[in-house]
Design a protein around this ligand. Structure first.
Ligand code: PTJ
Length: 265
């Protein structure tokens, strides 16, 4: 792996890139996953690489939906396994009934096994979807291949870094879709019942943190309404602000920016 100095101002971001590139070389991440990551990074930059208040609200509500669900499923692809296998497992441990299912856009049997192995190495048990047992009708991509005991019968599905077609197909089956996607303009974000516009690892950690409170208030089968279009509008506004606020050179994207000042007379 490339050596990266911890003193580099973009150390964390470079390390994440290096980890994904290595995972792509090993076949866990699809080559297209590197492109998807670059797109996500750009949107996160606009947000200041932090969770905005509307994302926090969406995460608290999503924790309630997952807690109240009877058959919740978290769908895991190559990028998610490479970036956040531990975060996925911590959330599954905190959430009763939450099943983990491998679901790939660029599916090969080898990649499906690699994703499951990565989750198992992080402590996951009973990972579904390695050998799909059901096909979602009307969905042309490999994402249609799912597990009869998982996504096929889910009532709530958490879909990080997803594509819009599958989110729409899940909704047609009556499944409530929670997305995690930094792009508020993506078809996935626009299709989801509850879009979380936040970075994957931050979102998983926020869901886990909110889970004990959500479980304490559990009402099975109750899904408080979400304001999906309001959440997306807030994210778009936050990005516009992020793009127009001045930043000093070398300022980390998430740090406090100088307040706008009147020009000196
Ligand atoms: O492993 P596979 O075969 O299932 O393929 C996975 C990818 C990600 C390649 C596949 O699902 C894909 O092509 O996804 P898209 O259509 O590029 O969408 C991915 C979305 O995730 C984009 O809108 C990105 O902005 C967003 N994204 C990327 N990285 C992150 C992210 N959102 C949150 N956190 C991230 N770290």
């Amino acid at each position: 792996m490339t050596r990266i100095s911890p003193r580099h101002p973009r150390y964390q971001s470079l390390r994440t890139r290096a980890r994904l590139a290595e995972a792509a070389r090993r076949g866990l991440v699809a080559p297209e996953g590197l492109i998807a990551h670059g797109r996500g990074e750009a949107f996160d930059y606009f947000l200041g690489e932090r969770s905005i208040p509307s994302a926090r609200r969406a995460e608290r509500l999503a924790a309630r939906w997952l807690a109240n669900a009877e058959r919740p499923v978290l769908s895991v692809n190559g990028n998610v396994a490479a970036l956040a296998a531990e975060g996925v497992v911590r959330l599954a441990e905190a959430t009763p009934r939450l099943a983990l299912e491998v679901n790939l856009f660029h599916r090969t049997p080898g990649r499906a096994r690699a994703v499951a192995r990565r989750l198992e190495a992080a402590g996951a048990k009973g990972v579904l979807g390695v050998r799909p047992t059901y096909r979602i009708a009307g969905l042309p991509s490999d994402r249609a291949d799912v597990d009869r005991l998982g996504i096929a019968r889910a009532d709530v599905c958490l879909v990080p870094l997803e594509d819009g077609d599958r989110a729409a197909a899940l909704r047609r089956r009556g499944i409530r879709v929670i997305s995690i996607d930094l792009n508020p303009l993506s078809r996935t974000s626009e299709t989801a019942d509850l879009p979380i516009v936040d970075e994957l690892t931050r979102a998983l950690e926020a869901l886990r943190t909110a889970m004990p409170g959500a479980l304490a208030r559990r009402r099975a089968g109750h899904f408080p309404p979400s304001d999906a279009s309001g959440l997306l509008a807030s994210a778009r506004r936050a990005m516009v602000v992020g793009l127009t606020r001045p930043r000093g050179p070398g300022t980390p994207a998430g740090s406090r920016r100088p307040a706008l000042r009147r020009p000196a007379r």
